[in-house]
Design a protein around this ligand. Structure first.
Ligand SMILES: *Cc1c(COP(=O)(O)O)cnc(C)c1O
Length: 409
């Protein structure tokens, strides 16, 4: 008699299926700090796949602040914020973030994923209607599922479709990315804020990719559209992207923040992030606000890339942000492009389903203020060679001959 009447699922067979469908994911091991000059398995590579848009992750002043913070506070926070882990460094960063975003208060979370889970599950319960953009970040979608809300997804950036959706039932909350993480385009925030006000619904804006990059002093997507913070609009921002550190925050009204402190489970039941990290983020936030040249430099690099790519006839998306996807279509083609770039010493990740919808696999190219014009030109040169190769039928052949195993990283 076998011990278990139910055999465990055959994990290997499922992994093999992913491999066959060009959907298997592998990690690259970095040997250098986050910067355009990556070192992968000892090999120097030029990287275009970081969210360190302003080049602050490896900034000497931010590193020094983290070191000073560790000397002052030690490493671990020791407990959750509601127990004994909430330090004066956390408190000061929350006040600074509130002032920066123009909201009455801000609350730190350990990660953006947790912040989104926390806000949505605190405001919407079982059966409450939550409307989300179809291309929202996974954490916003997961949050509505976790809350057991009645999740409805509207077509991407389609405000009239959202308005129609709100017409047929009371809606508790609308959630959208400010800048869409895989497309680089912006949510129609002026229309969304109006629709939310009219419906008496909360609007949650996840500005992971807008903060630091858009708006005056990097204040983000709302400021980009000239919209002021208000009591029904909630802002979620991450600190691991433009700010170059780690963690996240939610900004909103006094009552909203107090509600999250009482009810957001991913806030309550987790250890506070290290206080030294809060010290480092305070310093990086100062650089984000003061150093407009970083945003100007980014804009110039983006313009240079888009102009060059348009001349080459590359399948550019409608994005003015540092996220510049090149649509490949099939997962196999996106992977082949990424591998061909890698062969030329350039790192760009292929983004495949389920991260993006079926048939829209792409290269996700991202720029940083730490890139140079020569870096952009090198990328354009490599893409030119890949396109020429593809036209002559040469790009897919090595893949077919050797199978995927030969292309493992
Ligand atoms: C990165 C990201 C998150 C998650 O933030 P983490 O701090 O990395 O957990 C949430 N939303 C969007 C749109 C993101 O890009």
């Amino acid at each position: 008699m076998p011990l278990s009447p139910h055999p465990l699922p055959d994990l290997r067979a499922r992994l093999d299926e992913l491999e066959t469908a060009h959907l298997y994911r592998r990690r690259r091991v970095q040997d250098a700090p986050q910067q355009p000059q990556a070192l992968i398995n000892g090999r120097p590579m030029l990287s275009f796949c970081s969210n360190d848009y302003l080049g602050l992750a490896n900034h000497p002043e931010v590193i020094a602040a983290l070191q000073r913070g560790a000397a002052r506070w030690g490493v671990g926070s020791g407990a959750a914020h509601l127990v004994s882990g909430h330090s004066a460094a956390h408190e000061a960063l929350e006040e600074t973030l509130a002032a920066f975003t123009g909201y009455p208060r801000a609350l730190l979370f350990s990660t953006g994923y947790m912040a989104n889970l926390g806000v949505i599950a605190a405001l919407a319960g079982r059966g409450d209607r939550v409307c989300e953009d179809r291309l929202n970040h996974a954490s916003l979608l997961d949050a509505a599922l976790l809350a057991r809300a009645d999740l409805r997804r509207y077509p991407h950036a389609d405000a009239p479709a959202l308005a129609r959706l709100l017409g047929d039932a009371a809606t508790r909350l609308i959630a959208t990315d400010g800048v869409f993480s895989m497309d680089g385009d912006l949510a129609p925030l002026p229309a969304l804020t109006q629709i939310a006000h009219r419906a008496g619904a909360w609007l949650l804006i996840d500005d992971a990719h807008g903060l630091g990059v858009l708006g005056r002093g990097g204040r983000g997507s709302l400021d980009h559209f000239g919209l002021a913070p208000d009591a029904s609009t909630i802002l979620m921002g991450t600190l691991g992207k433009s700010f170059g550190t780690f963690g996240a925050f939610v900004a909103g009204s006094e009552d909203l923040i107090e509600t999250l402190i009482q009810r957001a489970r991913p806030y309550i039941y987790t250890t506070a992030s290290p206080p030294a990290l809060a010290e480092a983020t305070c310093v990086s936030l100062g650089l984000v606000e003061r150093e407009d040249w970083r945003r100007e430099r980014l804009r110039a690099l983006i313009a240079r890339f888009r102009q060059g790519a348009a001349q080459l006839g590359l399948p550019l998306a409608d994005s003015q942000t540092p996220i510049q996807p090149l649509l490949a279509g099939s997962a196999a083609r996106a992977l082949a492009w990424s591998q061909a770039l890698e062969a030329q010493g350039i790192l760009v990740s292929a983004i495949r389903p389920p991260t993006v919808p079926e048939g829209t696999a792409r290269l996700r190219i991202t720029f940083s203020a730490a890139h140079t014009e020569a870096d952009i030109d090198r990328l354009l040169g490599a893409l030119t060679r890949i396109l020429a190769d593809e036209l002559s039928g040469g790009l897919f052949r090595p893949l077919e001959r050797t199978g995927n195993a030969g292309h493992r990283l």
